[in-house]
Structure formats: structure tokens, C-alpha cells
Design a protein around this ligand. Structure first.
Ligand code: ADP
Length: 593
């Protein structure tokens, strides 16, 4: 049975429509779609939140190691420059390690989206370090030359002192040994502190020594020339090494490294911000997902509830159908039995009627008077008595004929029931049908009840008008009989409606005593009546049932003991062929006071 719930005017979304929507396939599909979309979005967010930013801490650690190697290389170079290092092996080793690490860190940046902003800064830094290494190589070469020249200096000095006349005062009274001693001292000072001033002093000393040696013998001159040449190399390489070292320290490697570290900090902060934003989105999506799942659970629950309800209705309909099958079978069996009986009764009945009429004809003849008078010839009032006896006989025969008439009527009723004829189907207004039934029942109705008409405009139907009128009249008469037993004035309500399934519904309800539980299942049975003998035949409702069934409609009763009874008839707008599954529903209902 379809239950139609209409929303109150003005309310777009009521509790009932919400329930209906939740139980619908649409709600189910929407929920499933929303959950799938949210789950996809969630997966996307989680994918973006995957820990790719771990590249940054890794880079930071690698870069710190690189910087330490670079600092160690700086120290090794400084030690070389200061002459602390025994050789340049440490710098050479450090150079290799530094270059390897430089390349490794450079390679680890490539293809890393999170480090994209750092890459150009790293290239600057790497170029600076490579320049530093290049300068370092030059310092190493200079150092080698310085070492070579410095190593031969003692032998040169010795050769100088071994030369003749080295201690003899020259023309200006200055001894060459004194000049050399001064030169060696200024050279030593320059090597310790290679300033321009000291370099000039060394150059002046060497020039003076050369000038002094020129006036001496060839051996001294040669020793001076050899010594001066080595000393010049020492001064030159010492100055070159110093300049190169200054160039190394002037390179902006530290600035480039600081820029990289700042970029790493910035990238880490950006990653943290992005992660926080993604977390907020994930939380929002999670909340929406939870909401959608809750809605899905709700729709599931509503669907289960609806399934339960539908199940109950199906069970009810099944029970109704079974009852209807039983009722139809019962009626059909009774119908066949009645057809047989009426056929058998009709022949002797017409024979008896003919006999009675013949006898009455004879009794009424004059010859009958004579015959009756002859019966008691001794009496003086023979003729008067004979008339009296004749009338008595005629009355008796009339009584007999009346009895035969009653039997004939009953047999005809039974015959009508068993051989139900659809009659002439034509366009018929149920409202007109109700009005004409009311007209016929008016004489009894006016003493018993008031009438309430609740007629909706309903379309005409195709039906057999006399039969439908008979149904209405039967139901109204039953209602009148029922209300008459209450001792108070009743109310008869007649209602017409057009149903959603395009059938016409007629309801005839009273506020009589209702139908007791033990009576209710039998009311549609033929010959069942609770009325006193002579008042009811028990055929009314079973005939109504057959008529409505043959019109393809339904008849149902609802009753509330003590409150009243309502019969509901539904009729298709167009007459249908006999429908054996027409349900007959019997049940209790609540009739408003
Ligand atoms: P009848 O009217 O001859 O008794 P029906 O078949 O019309 O035969 O009705 C069968 C029985 O159903 C009635 O005897 C009565 O007990 C019950 N009945 C029918 N209509 C009503 C009603 N409106 N209120 C109470 N009982 C009813």
C-alpha cells in the first residue's frame, strides 16, 4: 500500500521529507559519491604531505660537512703559507676531498623540487670554492719554488764567506761580510713579515752587495750573484704567496655559504607552513568525510527501517490476499451450491404455485359453494356457512401463495447472488449514486442520524449504476441499523476521493456500535447476520463484495468497537475484467470522537 505524505504548505523540507530523502536511492548515491570524492581529495593531500622535505635536513648536514672540509683546507693552506706545514701534502689531500664533496653535494641537489631555490646559490658557492682551490694550487707552486730557493741559500752564504777578501774593507771601508750579514738579516725579517717596505730594504741591500762585489775578485762576484739570484726568488715567491693568500681570503665563500644557509632556513619555514596548511585541509576533509559517513550510516538506517516497513506491508498484503482467496473460494462454493438448490427448488415451487392457484380458482367457483353447502345439509344457514367456509379456504390459500411468493423472492435473491450479472456498464457519477441511495434510505435515516457530505471532485467511472447504487444503499442501510441500536442520534459521513493511483475511493462511515472481533471475520459471508430473524438476510455484504469484486475494485472495513464502522470502496475509473486478486481487508481503526 502506498502511503502518501504531503508537506505542509510553505515548508520546503520537513522531517518526513527528510526521512523519505534519506531512505531514497538518490541520498545513497550522493553519500557514496561525496565519500569517494572526499577520500580521493584526502589521498591527494596525504600524498602532498609525504615527507619529501626530509631532503632539506639531509642537505643541511651534508653542507655542514662540506664547510668543515673547506675550513680544514683553509687551515692547511694557512699552515703552508706560514711555513708551519712540512710540505703541501695536506693541502693536496684536502683539495681532493673538498672537490669530491663539492660534487657530491651538487649532485644531491639536482632534481629535488624542495631544493630548487637553493641550487643557484650553491652554484655560486661551488664556483667560489673552486676559485679558492685554483689559487691554492698557485700557492702550492709558489711554495715549491720558495722552498727550493730557500734550501740553496745556506750553501750560497757559505760560498760567499769562503771567497777571498770577504773580510777586507772595500773602497768605502765597508767589508762585504758586513753587507751580507745586513742583507741576510733584512731577508730574514722579510720572510717573517713580507711587507713592501722590507721587500724594498732587501732589494736595496742586494743591490748594494752586488755593487760592492763588483769591485772585488771574480770569485766573490760570482758568489754574490748566485746568492742574490736565490734571494730574489725567495722575495718574489714570498710576495706572490702572500698576495695569493690575500686573494684567497678575499673570496666571498663565507657570504655564499651564509646565503645558502639562509635559503635552507627559508625553505624549511616554507615547508613547515605548507605542511600546516595541508594539515588544516586534511582536518577539514576528515571532518567532511566523517559527516558524509555519518549521513551514509543514517541513509542505511533509514533504508533498513523502510525495508522493515515495506516488509510489514507486504506481509499484510499477503495475508489480505490469502483471506481474499479464501473468501472468493467460499463465495464461489456457496454460489454453486445455491445455484443448484435454486434450480432444484424452482421447478417444484412453480408446480406448487400452479396447484395452489388452480385450487384457489376452484374454491372460488359457485360449484364450490354448492359443494360446501352439501357437506352439512342439516343446517338452516347452509348457504351462509358455505360462503364463510369458502372465504376461509381462500384466505388459507392466499397465505400459502404469499408464503410461496416469499420463497420465490428468496430464491431469486439467491439466484442473483450465484449468477452475478455485471449489468450495463456506463458512465457513472459515484456522488450521484450516493445521493440516490440517500434518497431511498431517507425515510429511515431522518429519525436516526445526521448526514455529513465530504465530497471531493472525482471523475466519473465506468460501472453498472444499479449495482453500485445497490452497494451504497446496502452500506447505508447497515449503518442506519447499527446507529439505531445506540439510542442516540448518530452521524453518517459520506466521503469521495481520487487516489494517487487514479482510482475513486468512496467511504461510508457511521458512529454506531462498531463490529465485535468475533463477528468481523464473518460479515462478508453469505447468510451471516446478527440481526433478529426476519430483519436481516445476511446477504447484503456478500452481494456488495461480489459486485465490487466484479468491477475490479476493493471493499475494506475498519471498525472500532463502541466508536463506529467505516466501509471503504475503491473503484477503478474504467471497469476491469474480473480480478481474482482483489483484496478484501478487514481490520480495526480509530474513528475520531
Ligand atoms: P444483514 O444486514 O442482512 O445482517 P449484511 O451482510 O448486510 O447482512 O451484514 C452482515 C452483518 O454485518 C450484520 O448483521 C451486522 O452484524 C454487520 N454489520 C454490517 N454493517 C454494519 C455496521 N455499519 N455496523 C455494525 N455492524 C454491521
Amino acid at each position: 500500500m502506498t502511503q502518501i505524505t504531503t508537506a505542509p504548505r510553505g515548508a520546503l523540507f520537513t522531517r518526513d521529507t527528510a526521512r523519505e530523502f534519506l531512505a531514497s536511492n538518490r541520498a545513497w548515491a550522493i553519500c557514496a559519491g561525496v565519500i569517494a570524492a572526499l577520500a580521493l581529495a584526502m589521498a591527494g593531500v596525504l600524498w602532498h604531505m609525504r615527507p619529501t622535505t626530509e631532503d632539506l635536513p639531509q642537505f643541511r648536514a651534508r653542507f655542514e660537512t662540506l664547510r668543515q672540509i673547506e675550513k680544514q683546507w683553509d687551515l692547511d693552506l694557512l699552515a703552508l703559507e706560514l711555513g708551519i706545514a712540512p710540505n703541501y701534502d695536506a693541502v693536496s689531500r684536502g683539495t681532493n676531498v673538498l672537490l669530491e664533496e663539492l660534487d657530491r653535494v651538487g649532485a644531491s641537489i639536482e632534481g629535488q623540487p624542495d631544493l630548487a631555490g637553493i641550487a643557484p646559490r650553491y652554484q655560486d658557492y661551488a664556483a667560489t670554492v673552486r676559485e679558492k682551490i685554483h689559487l691554492g694550487d698557485q700557492i702550492k707552486a709558489s711554495y715549491a719554488m720558495l722552498r727550493n730557493s730557500a734550501s740553496v741559500l745556506p750553501a750560497g752564504i757559505q760560498a760567499f764567506f769562503d771567497a777571498p777578501d770577504v773580510y777586507q774593507p772595500a773602497g768605502d771601508g765597508v767589508r762585504p761580510s758586513e753587507e751580507l750579514t745586513r742583507s741576510v738579516i733584512s731577508m730574514a725579517s722579510f720572510v717573517i713579515s713580507p711587507t713592501d717596505v722590507l721587500a724594498r730594504t732587501v732589494e736595496e741591500d742586494l743591490a748594494r752587495m752586488r755593487a760592492l762585489a763588483a769591485g772585488q775578485g771574480p770569485i766573490l762576484a760570482e758568489a754574490v750573484e748566485s746568492l742574490a739570484a736565490q734571494a730574489e726568488v725567495v722575495v718574489r715567491e714570498r710576495r706572490r704567496g702572500n698576495d695569493l693568500m690575500l686573494a684567497v681570503t678575499a673570496l666571498p665563500a663565507d657570504d655564499a655559504a651564509t646565503a645558502i644557509q639562509a635559503a635552507v632556513v627559508e625553505a624549511e619555514a616554507g615547508a613547515v607552513n605548507a605542511r600546516q596548511r595541508l594539515q588544516a585541509v586534511a582536518i577539514g576533509l576528515g571532518a567532511l568525510l566523517a559527516l558524509a559517513i555519518a549521513l551514509l550510516v543514517l541513509t542505511l538506517r533509514r533504508r533498513f527501517v523502510k525495508l522493515d516497513q515495506d516488509n510489514v506491508l507486504l506481509q499484510q498484503e499477503k495475508q489480505d490476499a490469502q483471506e481474499q482467496v479464501l473468501q472468493s473460494a467460499k463465495l464461489s462454493a456457496i454460489g454453486q451450491m445455491v445455484a443448484g438448490i435454486t434450480h432444484e427448488i424452482n421447478t417444484p415451487l412453480s408446480y406448487v404455485r400452479t396447484v395452489f392457484e388452480l385450487v384457489k380458482e376452484r374454491v372460488m367457483s359457485d360449484r364450490m359453494i354448492e359443494a360446501l353447502a352439501a357437506v352439512d345439509a342439516t343446517d338452516d344457514d347452509t348457504e351462509e356457512d358455505a360462503h364463510y367456509r369458502q372465504e376461509e379456504l381462500i384466505l388459507m390459500l392466499d397465505d400459502g401463495l404469499h408464503g410461496i411468493d416469499e420463497i420465490t423472492t428468496l430464491v431469486r435473491t439467491m439466484k442473483n447472488f450465484s449468477r452475478f450479472d455485471r449489468g450495463h456498464a456506463e458512465t457513472f457519477s459515484v456522488v450521484d449514486g450516493l445521493e440516490s441511495a440517500l434518497l431511498i434510505a431517507r425515510s429511515q435515516l431522518k429519525y436516526v442520524a445526521d448526514i455529513e457530505r465530504d465530497f471531493d471532485t472525482v471523475p466519473d467511472i465506468i460501472a453498472a449504476p444499479s449495482q453500485i447504487r445497490q452497494v451504497f444503499l446496502n452500506l447505508i442501510n447497515n449503518a442506519v441499523d447499527a446507529m439505531a441500536t445506540t439510542g442516540r442520534r448518530g452521524k453518517l459521513v459520506l466521503r469521495t476521493r481520487l487516489t494517487a493511483s487514479d482510482t475513486v475511493r468512496v467511504e461510508i462511515s457511521d458512529n454506531g456500535p462498531g463490529i465485535p472481533d468475533d463477528v468481523l471475520p464473518k460479515i462478508f459471508d453469505p447468510f451471516f447476520t446478527t440481526k433478529p430473524v426476519g430483519d436481516g438476510t445476511g446477504m447484503g455484504l456478500s452481494i456488495c463484495y461480489r459486485i465490487i469484486e466484479n468491477h475490479g475494485g476493493t471493499i475494506a472495513v475498519s471498525t472500532a468497537p463502541g466508536k463506529g464502522t467505516a466501509f471503504t470502496i475503491t473503484l477503478p475509473r474504467h471497469i476491469a475484467t474480473h480480478n481474482s486478486s482483489t483484496p478484501i481487508r478487514i481490520g480495526h481503526h480509530t474513528i475520531p470522537a
